[in-house]
Ligand binder design. Sequence first.
Ligand SMILES: Cc1cc2nc3c(=O)[nH]c(=O)nc-3n(C[C@H](O)[C@H](O)[C@H](O)COP(=O)(O)OP(=O)(O)OC[C@H]3O[C@@H](n4cnc5c(N)ncnc54)[C@H](O)[C@@H]3O)c2cc1C
Length: 394
Amino acid sequence: MSAAVHDVAVIGAGIAGASVAAELARHMRVVLVESEAQPGYHATGRSAAILAQTYGNRLIRALTRASAGFFAAPPDGFAPQPLLSPRGLVRVATAAQVDDLRAMYDDLSDTRHLAWLDAEAMQERVPLLRPGYAAGGFENVDAQDIDVHAMLTGYLRQFRQAGGTVMTGAPVLGLTRSGGRWEIETAAGQVAAGVVVNAAGAWGDWLAGLAGAAPVGLEPRRRTAITFAAPQGFDPARMPMVVDADEAFYLKPEAGRLMASPADETLSAPEDSRPEEIDIAICADRIQTAFDLEIRRIESSWSGLRTFAADRAPVCGYDPEVEGFFWLVGQGGYGVQTAPALSRLAAALVRREAPDHDILSSGVTVEDVAPGRDALAKAKDEEPGKQTKQGEER
Ligand SMILES: Cc1cc2nc3c(=O)[nH]c(=O)nc-3n(C[C@H](O)[C@H](O)[C@H](O)COP(=O)(O)OP(=O)(O)OC[C@H]3O[C@@H](n4cnc5c(N)ncnc54)[C@H](O)[C@@H]3O)c2cc1C
């Protein structure tokens, strides 16, 4: 028999699991179960920590808009400092890219505070660009840096204050449904809960397999990042994040240094991601082509997994076949900036209540994110066998 019975067990203590656990604990008995010794060790702890209103598809942008109120005014006592600080994000195009980028800019009519910059204005805004490189681009003026650590810690604090229990060092190894509840076997002991929320990030399909649920077709994709010193005499503090028009690289300030990525998206097994030398070299090359700087020494490098469903929208809702199994995965490269709204949506759906009006009115529907949606079923039909392969690693 289990030692402890909860209403909900949330599996995975990244930003997805921590935020939904905090939302649910206000109403229910919740346990948050994490493999690693520390929450946030995987994708959440490795992000570029930017909130960009222009990022992602229509649904991601809607979830980002619905999260804005939380970032601007988190609940009392959530964090000792503001979660956001001004940054700005510039999307830069060469002569060959500028027409397509202009079309993208014209399409972003649902995003406020965008400004088009011609070549001269771009060079002025980003003096580090190699002279003559940029033909134009636009600035997402409202893009902000997110204090991801403060956000994760804030959700975990809220969760504990509401009576929630965190189990770390407790990889879930088995899920058995009997008598209307889940018996959850972890390396740190057994727990039981009426509902399991799958917030296992890259391991989402693997975890579903334990519960006997069909995979939704998650694709973990590796993204690499490096840091290096800024050029002598250049203070990066006020520099915006700079992203290539085709997202082939980005560069942003990071604690007095510069951080760059080749914006790679290499398909990966769910694993403790490590950067490849080739991606680090590609990153350095692309950055030195676009910017007038020399990377003398790479001070640190890391990689993390951005996990996508086939239509690049999150998967949030009860499994259509397996009772009491709820999905909260597939946040891709936007899981931090969308967590406030997505966790509220998920908590409402776990409790079988109507989602908050502001989320629906931002343009998100329950069907858009449902695990049984057509886009996911079709993708699985088209590529049989692909999904099970990825899930076998852990
Ligand atoms: C390089 C990079 C840059 C990014 N930049 C941004 C950005 O600027 N802005 C933004 O919004 N997003 C960004 N993202 C995306 C963002 O980091 C992710 O979308 C988000 O962190 C996903 O959160 P998660 O909780 O779903 O996953 P994770 O943080 O990976 O958490 C999943 C957790 O589940 C646990 N788990 C897995 N299996 C089990 C099991 N069997 N038992 C118990 N626990 C288990 C794992 O240990 C892990 O801690 C970036 C990601 C990367 C990699």
